[in-house]
Design a protein around this ligand. Structure first.
Ligand code: GRF
Length: 199
């Protein structure tokens, strides 16, 4: 399965997916919107092709979106993996990759869509928090859920201790979701997640 990974930061989810050595997964490119993303060096250390579509290089959002679309299309991916990609994608890009684009969000969706999820979870006093892998749809952080992991919020947690506990689970469930997709066991049928034939 030819895949492209989009990321913006340190790339720990990319690293976890690469280290999972998923049979059949062919990461053709890692693309970042930020030239300073630590994940670029990490990708190259893994021998992966890495490139930058630098958002600051484009006068308009549309010009960036078009450049990103071209960069991804060059690799004809059957799977697009968003691994900490901190840009909102154009709706037509999302539609083009419908059913073939995954994202990981650091909360138990539908709770805490958006940013600063760990701080908000602590502030809300929830006792369970976690991470969600979902198919990407035009609505932000709202696509059909593939897999989730829950972690306890402990009384002495702060944002960083909770984030670390969640991240460890991200590194478990994201490779699992990719493994299912590459094995042909995971699909989106009429907006519903189908795993191993069950919807
Ligand atoms: C993770 O917390 C993920 O849930 C969110 O952004 C972060 C990505 O981290 N989408 P990394 O770049 O994969 O380490």
């Amino acid at each position: 399965t030819p895949a492209v990974v989009l990321m913006s930061g340190r790339g720990s989810n990319l690293d976890a997916i690469v280290r999972a050595a998923i049979p059949g997964l062919d990461i053709r490119a890692v693309i970042s919107n930020r030239p300073d993303a630590g994940g670029l060096a990490l990708a190259r250390d893994h021998g992966l092709h890495a490139e930058v579509v630098d958002a600051s290089g484009f006068a308009t959002r549309e010009a960036f979106d078009a450049a990103l679309d071209r960069a991804v299309d060059a690799f004809s991916p059957r799977l697009v993996v968003l691994a900490g990609f901190m840009r909102i994608l154009a709706a037509d890009f999302v539609r083009k990759h419908a059913g073939r684009m995954l994202n990981i969000h650091p909360s138990l969706l539908p709770s805490f869509t958006g940013l600063a999820t760990h701080r908000r979870a602590i502030e809300a006093g929830v006792r369970l928090h976690g991470a969600t892998v979902h198919f990407v749809t035009p609505e932000l952080d709202a696509g059909p859920i593939v897999i989730q992991a829950a972690v306890p919020v402990l009384p002495d947690d702060d944002e960083s201790t909770l984030a670390a506990r969640v991240l460890a689970q991200e590194h478990r469930i994201y490779p699992q979701a990719v493994r299912w997709f590459v094995a042909g066991r995971l699909s989106l049928q009429d907006g519903r997640v189908c795993l191993n034939g069950a919807t």
